[in-house]
Design a protein around this ligand. Structure first.
Ligand code: HEC
Length: 149
């Protein structure tokens, strides 16, 4: 019940923001969450994904992720070439049969309420939250991405 109330609260917040005409944007909403929760591992000190991919293990063993600290790099993990990567990693697993959350979900906050609230903001920003890869995603699904700057 508590979970349901928290969930409804978060939905109401997102609705409220949208009803007020406050569109969720990278600059206003996502970048501040990124700076707080993600930049330590995906910020200026992190390699471009191409560099990261040359030696994934080395970087991962040192808790260094690939750089995604600008609008341009971030949306490459939403639309293309890493279609759906952001959604797969941040998803809380609630829509999956095994309920398994993506491995970056835990980084969304220090409490379950904070993680949920931040996930809802990411969801509102992406617009069409689905976990598909490039080979499975449809043109309509790509067209309904929001990802406003
Ligand atoms: C403690 C370090 C750390 C934090 C904090 C962190 N990440 Fe990561 N992240 C990594 C590492 C290391 C990898 C690469 C290893 C892996 O794939 O799991 C990664 C991988 C990813 C990927 C996969 C990209 C791809 O090409 O598949 C995404 C997306 C991602 N992180 C998003 C985020 C977001 C968004 C946040 C903030 C909410 C975040 N991460 C916070 C360390 C971190």
């Amino acid at each position: 019940m508590k979970k349901l109330i928290l969930g409804l609260g978060a939905v109401a917040l997102v609705w409220g923001a949208q009803a007020a005409g406050a569109e969720v944007t990278w600059q206003k909403d996502i970048k501040p969450i990124f700076d707080k929760q993600c930049a330590g591992c995906h910020g200026t000190g992190s390699p471009e994904i191409e560099e990261f991919d040359k030696d994934k293990k080395k970087w991962t063993d040192n808790s260094v992720g690939m750089r995604m600290n600008s609008y341009g790099t971030m949306i490459s993990f939403v639309g293309w070439p890493d279609t759906g990567a952001l959604m797969r990693r941040l998803d809380d697993g609630s829509g999956r049969a095994d309920k398994k959350a993506g491995n970056m979900y835990e980084n969304l906050g220090s409490s379950d309420a904070e993680r949920k609230a931040n996930l809802d903001i990411f969801k509102a920003w992406v617009g069409n939250w689905n976990l598909k890869r490039w080979k499975d995603v449809t043109k309509d699904e790509m067209n309904s991405l929001k990802i406003t700057y």
